[in-house]
Design a binder for this molecule. Structure first.
Ligand SMILES: [Ca+2]
Ligand SMILES: [Ca+2]
Length: 521
């Protein structure tokens, strides 16, 4: 199934990861609410949903149902799905493993009057699916383009699907389900266009069958095509594809086949089965696919249309690109992360979660980096809580001031830059309104060097000033550092202006000069 991308003329992105949030406990799902709030929602496996706003993790969970959730291994709170209209209805859906019996629960919750806090007592159970074994619970949910809720269900667990659930028409296990949860039917409705509503012996909730453990599926936000990462048995991991034009009913093959190889017996017929569009074996440390998402953002043209997916065991990130009727597949990055999920924000930016560190990373294309400054360009940036990483210097906001920017009393200074197209020197300095004759330069060891305003102006005129050196020299990035955290009480009152000077390595004739101000009252 693998094609030679070079022969087909594809220019693959050169991806890199920039940390976009941390402090999460076992994150397993990332999504947004589609309500233009700009919030990212991260699901913690033990039963909490956390909000990341402008790069900062809010202290209070959006939802905490850890008392209901059986967590560990493949069990836990596994996903949240926000329906179209959430901004006005405040209703959303979760998929979790229930205490004490391990059954899968699909439930509806509501937000409170505070949009950052949901009501844990608002639960309305939509669907309960009993689980014969602890593993293979699927767990992803997402609303399709037509507004119905899709639920990915694993085969129930153990190994090899001993109960033959995935091919059993009367079982909801090993299936992709599609139900109507938003039209008012209690507990849910069956879309009349589901493929098996007229078929005797079939559960009408079934949209597709023959899945082993669909660990993450997603819809292409542009086309409506569906991509499913289905975890394999001992030999192969696979990605399944369903075009937006599908009327459902696909049989993805398990446990007749594992990917494109017969599983139960040496020979089998693939007739009527939909084989994966990509698969890989376990020879290089891979063992469990984490289905991903298609990038449809604006920032990284070479990423557009690429389906990014990963492997939990190897940390490898692969790219899949639909090319007419075929698919190209390549390895984009070997990471060291335990990738549990990919997710997107409202503008189409892509993220992934690392289960071990509890961090979320933004995925960027690094070769289309920030160009070197061609002249002397100055920018004023807002004192944001979180830097905005962008390839256009006029759009980036490299500074983050942490809680101070939102009225707190800790100055947490963060600097984040995408990769540059060639090495640069970075200078950081600040001035304070109460001392107009001096500029305070950050030295490589983070100590502070006081220089005169004349020396600073000399630097900006392109003349090296004696004794002045960059904070970091000859770096290409990406940069994501947090050099300072200090109490605001350590700073005297005044208006502080922080400067970032970016010059081509070893030169001062051109630069980007950015500044951002904050006030210590
Ligand atoms: Ca199970
Ligand atoms: Ca399959």
């Amino acid at each position: 199934m693998q094609c030679d991308a070079a022969a087909l003329g594809t220019t693959w992105p050169d991806i890199s990861l920039i940390k976009a949030g941390g402090g999460l406990a076992q994150p397993v799902h990332i999504t947004h609410a589609g309500d233009k709030s700009g919030r990212l929602f991260a699901v913690e496996q033990d039963g909490r949903i956390r909000i990341i706003r402008a790069g900062r993790l809010l202290a209070a969970p959006f939802l905490d149902i850890s008392g209901r959730v059986l967590s560990g291994g493949e069990q836990g709170l596994l996903s949240v799905a926000f329906p179209p209209g959430f901004a006005s209805t405040g209703r959303f859906y979760v998929n979790y493993t229930r205490r004490p019996d391990g059954a899968t629960v699909i439930a509806r919750y509501r937000v409170t009057l505070d949009p950052d806090i949901a009501d844990p007592s608002s639960e309305e159970v939509v669907l309960v699916i009993n689980q014969p074994f602890a593993n293979h619970n699927g767990g992803q949910m997402a609303f399709g383009p037509e507004g119905f809720l899709y639920i990915g269900m694993g085969d129930g667990g153990s190994g090899g699907d001993p109960l033959n659930n995935a091919q059993n028409h009367a079982s909801l296990l090993g299936k992709m389900l599609r139900i109507d949860v938003e039209s008012g039917a209690v507990p849910y409705g069956i879309p009349p266009t589901n493929p098996f509503v007229q078929s005797p012996g079939y559960r009408p909730e079934i949209w597709a069958l023959g899945l082993r453990n669909p660990w993450r599926f997603s819809f292409d936000r542009q086309t409506g095509d569906l991509y499913i990462g289905d975890v394999g048995q001992n030999l192969f991991e696979e990605v399944d594809f369903q075009p937006a034009s599908s009327t459902g009913g696909e049989n993805y093959g398990w446990n007749v086949m594992e990917a494109s190889q017969c599983y139960q017996s040496a020979s089998c017929s693939p007739a009527g089965l939909t084989l994966p569009v990509a698969q890989y074996d376990h020879a290089s440390g891979d063992c469990s696919v984490t289905g991903g998402m298609i990038y449809r953002g604006q920032k990284y043209p070479r990423l557009r249309g690429v389906y990014l997916y990963g492997d939990y065991c190897s940390g490898r990130i692969r790219g899949l690109l639909a090319d007419g009727g075929s698919f190209q597949n390549t390895t984009l990055l070997d990471s060291t992360l335990s990738i549990t999920t990919f997710g997107d924000d409202e503008s189409g930016g892509l993220y992934l979660a690392d289960q071990i560190s509890g961090s979320i990373y933004r995925i960027i294309d690094t070769v289309s980096g920030i160009p070197l400054p061609a002249g002397r360009e100055s920018f004023t940036f807002p004192a944001a809580e979180s830097p905005v990483v962008a390839l256009d210097p006029s759009l980036m906001n490299p500074f983050g001031f942490g809680p101070l920017a939102s009225g707190g009393d800790i100055l947490e200074f963060q600097l984040a830059l995408a990769q540059f197209t060639a090495p640069v020197d970075l200078y950081i300095a600040y001035s304070v309104s109460t001392d107009p004759t001096n500029v305070f330069l950050v030295r490589p060891d983070l100590s502070i060097q006081t220089i005169s305003i004349q020396d600073a102006q000399q630097l900006l005129s392109g003349q090296p000033a004696p004794g002045i050196e960059p904070w970091q020299n000859n770096v290409a990035g990406p940069v994501d550092v947090n050099p300072f955290t200090l109490p605001a009480t350590d700073l005297s009152a005044g208006i502080y202006t922080v400067y970032l000077l970016v010059t081509p390595a070893g030169r001062l004739d051109s630069y980007y000069l950015g500044n951002a101000a904050f006030v210590i009252p």
